[in-house]
Every structure is written in C-alpha cells, then in structure tokens.
Design a protein around this ligand. Structure first.
Ligand SMILES: Cc1ncc(COP(=O)(O)O)c(C=O)c1O
Length: 487
C-alpha cells in the first residue's frame, strides 16, 4: 500500500534521483509537500486536543500507519524527511519490517498483553532476554537496572549513588534507630545532606532531583522548589576546534578547577558531593562537546574525592555517535560507575558497577521496573544494528553531513557557524534565535524536519538508518533555504 502511495509521484528532481540509493525498504525517494506545514488537518486536531489536554508543545499530527523509514507522513499527506527521530528515540525510523514482526508472534503478544511487575513476578524468558541484550551492549559494567524513561533512570541512579555512598560510610553496619526515625521526617541522619554535582546548561530530566541537576532553561524550573546542589561550568569551546586548541585546553582546565573547588566547598559545608552527573555531550543545551582529556581528568577528580561518576547517555547512547556509547570515545582508565540510558533503547535504565549493588531489597523499586514489550523491540533493534552494520552507517553519514555543513558554513558564514558534534549527533548555530526559527520553518515547508538546541542551535538526531542519500537531500534543501535568506 505504501509503495502504491509513492508510485504516482511527479518527475524525479536531481535530489530525488541521488536519493534513490537509500537502502531503507519502502521509503519514498524524497520529501513531498502538499500543504503549508502544519496543514489544515494538523491544525484541526491541535484545536480538538487542546480542549482537553494542553497542546502548547505539539508541532504536527502524524499518520504513523503511513510513515516509513526516515520519512514521517503527516495527517495532511506531507512526506517529511525526519532528522530528529522523536527527539533521538526512533533508532530504526518508522515501521521497520523487523520490528513489525515482533508482535505477530503469539507468544510475544501474550507477553506484551500480560505486563508484569518485573521487580516481583518476571516471566520465564526474562533472565535470558536481559542476559542476551546485556551481553551485547554492556559498557563494561557488570549490573543493570531497568526503568521507564530518562528522568526515571537518572532519578533512581542518583538514589543508587547515595545508597552506596552511605553504605560505605556506615561500614555495612545496620541502620541505627535514629536513622530509621529521622528518615521518616525527612531529616538527618536518616536523610543525610548529600549532593550531586552537575554542570551549567545540563539537561538531566524533569523530575525533582533531575531538575536540581538540570540548568538548561528557566521555563523547566521556575516556581518549583529545588535543592542546593553544586553546578560547575561545562567547557564551551571556540570553533573550529583545530584553530582554537590552546584556548579550548585552557577552558578544560578552568572547568575542572571549578569542579574540584566546588567539591571541597560542599564537603566543608557538610553537604559532600556523593556523585558527579554529566552528559558526554550536552544535547539540549546546544550540542556542546568536551574533550576526552576533560572527561579523563574529571574521572580522576571524582575518584580522588571518593564520589561516583554518572554518565547520562539518555540522548547519546544507542549508536548515534558512531560507537554504541558516546563515552567510548573518551578512552577512560576504568568505566564510569553508572551509565543511564533511555530513548533509542526504548526503555530506561542504567548499568552500574558491582560496588553499587544494593544489599537489601526495595531500596530501588517501582511497579514496572522496565517493560517486557520494549525489551522485545530492543533485542531486535540490536540485532538489526549488528546485521546492517549501522554503526558504520552512522560514521559515514555523520562524516558526510559534517563536511557538507562545513562547506555551507564557509559559503554562508554570515548566516551559520560553529558546526560541531560527533557521528550524527551534530549541530550548528544560526546567526541568532530568529534566524534559527526561520531555518526550521522554511526547511519544514520544504519537507525536512530538524530539531532545536540551545538558544540558536539546530540539532541533528536522525535514526541510525539515515544514510548519505538522506544527507544529500538535507544539504540541497538547506542550501535552497540559505540562498533564499541571503538574497
Ligand atoms: C541527556 C538527557 N537526560 C535525560 C533526559 C530525560 O529523559 P525523559 O524525557 O525520557 O525523561 C533527556 C531527555 O531529552 C536527555 O536528553
């Protein structure tokens, strides 16, 4: 049916002809736009929904039955090349045939329908399934906990760090009576004054503890009570990196000195830092990267201060950097203590070191503790990634996209700058916020969806199946936009 949908297309343009080599089964040859976007059907649904649910963030309504591969089909019939893939959460694009097969299997369907409370009554296939997935993607950490979303994973991982920190301090002795009673009143010593150090501009999620470690936009925080947790500056590099090496190394040193300073200051205040939480690439903040040396030194400082290091790989994990985990680019002495994930992994969770394993039940727990349905999908996603060498695809695609953006950056230096990132986790800045918004709108109306980041950045978060032919389409469309604006 989908093939039929795209059969009666108009004459192929230059871009479409080049795009013919996309290997994604059933994909159209390129975007096609029938109405202004959002179109009338999207607007109608928006108004309808808004009557019962605040719809202020909703951009478009999508027909997920017709969307395919790297293309969204909206409810007005517009076919849109998706470079944002559900905020980086659709690793194989839309309606991947291998994923569609999963629930055609009756056993899988029954496992999906009878959703268990995995912390209490997992199914007979659960240990094997977790072991299979774990053995293929574990970032050299021996244990895993499954959760639901990114914030839920970070929130529980913070708890995990605190529990281990206190267990070590207590010397594995049982809780005192005072600890037990004071904990019920939110008071020390039961609820100790411990902190997590995070970084300016970080985004770690929107639950309360995550928000205390999030510093990207005021709109996420104002009016909500928070905790006095320290935040150091994350390096902000000058681009191009090769021409600003010395200044950027100095930036690393400054930020690391601040981390050490804050850790000592909070120790003296009686609120020691139990953990340092960091994104390997600050995504929401603007796709800001830091050098491997920065992260190597950070790990040393964290260890020296007897704290734990948590990498938030919610947005960066799952292959889009060209390695399965972004921090694999850093060549760290030892793995970090905790790595949280979600998005491309379909469910949340974290890997952790042996030392962090809880010693009594119900310290970390919730009803679902993951989702067997999503685990089934993840197992297939990993298999497809391996069979189709999707990490190689990401490396090639990322390189081509970055080169193309650099070319546009030198041709239209008055409009765009600071191309940055790794793999397909790329971004650039528009001259200002208004221009960023003009870029996004014009691109969308040419059938290309991009994401925002920071105050004036455009961010790429395509599926792992985004190929060089898709890059050609994006670059041609974006060049058209830049020329129109530059007239
Ligand atoms: C780095 C990072 N951490 C945490 C989160 C929160 O994830 P979720 O929205 O699933 O709660 C996000 C979401 O974008 C993220 O990018």
């Amino acid at each position: 049916m989908l093939l039929k949908l795209f059969k009666n297309k108009v004459k192929l343009t230059k871009v479409q002809i080049r795009a013919c080599c996309s290997s994604v089964q059933g994909e159209p040859k390129g975007p096609s736009v029938k109405t202004p976007i959002p179109g009338p059907n999207s607007k109608k649904l928006h108004a309808e929904l808004h009557k019962i649910q605040y719809a202020g963030t909703i951009q478009l309504f999508i027909n997920y039955l017709k969307s395919i591969g790297n293309y969204l089909v909206d409810v007005d019939g517009n076919v849109i090349l998706d470079t944002f893939s559900q905020i980086s959460a659709a690793p194989l694009g839309y309606n991947h045939p291998e994923l569609l097969k999963v629930f055609k299997n009756d056993d899988n369907l029954r496992r999906l329908v009878n959703r268990p409370a995995l912390g209490l009554f997992p199914g007979d296939d659960y240990p094997e399934k977790v072991k299979n997935i774990f053995s293929q993607i574990s970032p050299c950490l021996p244990k895993i906990y499954l959760m639901m979303c990114g914030a839920c994973s970070n929130e529980n991982a913070f708890k995990h760090l605190f529990l281990a920190y206190q267990r070590k301090k207590r010397g594995n002795k049982p809780f005192t009576e005072e600890e037990k009673t004071s904990a019920l009143l939110n008071k020390p010593p039961g609820c100790p004054n411990l902190t997590i150090l995070s970084f300016h501009n970080a985004f770690l999620g929107r639950t309360f503890a995550c928000l205390a470690a999030t510093h990207s936009k005021f709109i996420q925080k104002v009016d909500l009570p928070s905790i006095d947790w320290p935040a150091a500056h994350f390096p902000k590099y000058k681009y191009p990196l090769e021409e600003n090496k010395r200044e950027n190394e100095e930036e690393d040193r400054k930020c690391l000195a601040e981390v050490e300073d804050l850790m000592q200051k909070y120790e003296k205040k009686g609120t020691p830092v139990a953990g340092v939480a960091v994104e390997p690439l600050q995504s929401e903040a603007g796709n800001y990267e830091a050098s491997p040396e920065f992260f190597q030194q950070l790990q040393k400082i964290v260890k020296k201060n007897n704290a734990y290091l948590l990498f938030d790989e919610v947005q960066t994990g799952g292959g889009a950097s060209g390695k399965f985990w972004f921090h694999e680019h850093f060549d760290l002495e030892t793995p970090p203590d905790v790595i949280t994930f979600s998005k491309k992994m379909q469910l949340g969770g974290y890997f952790h070191s042996e030392e962090l394993t809880p010693d009594v039940p119900y310290r970390i727990f919730n009803t679902w503790m993951g989702d067997p349905g999503k685990l089934m999908l993840l197992e297939v996603i990993i298999e497809v990634m391996r069979k189709q060498n999707l990490l190689d695809t990401v490396q090639k695609t990322g390189k081509k996209l970055k080169c193309g953006l650099h070319e546009l950056e030198s041709e239209f230096s008055n409009l765009i700058n600071s191309v940055r990132g790794v793999g397909t986790l790329l971004a650039f800045d528009a001259k200002d916020e208004n221009m960023r918004s003009e870029f996004s709108k014009k691109l969308l109306n040419k059938g290309v969806l991009v994401g925002n980041c920071g105050s004036k950045g455009i961010r790429f978060r395509p599926a792992l199946t985004f190929e060089e032919s898709h890059v050609d389409i994006f670059l041609d469309k974006f060049r058209e936009v830049l020329k129109e604006i530059n007239k």
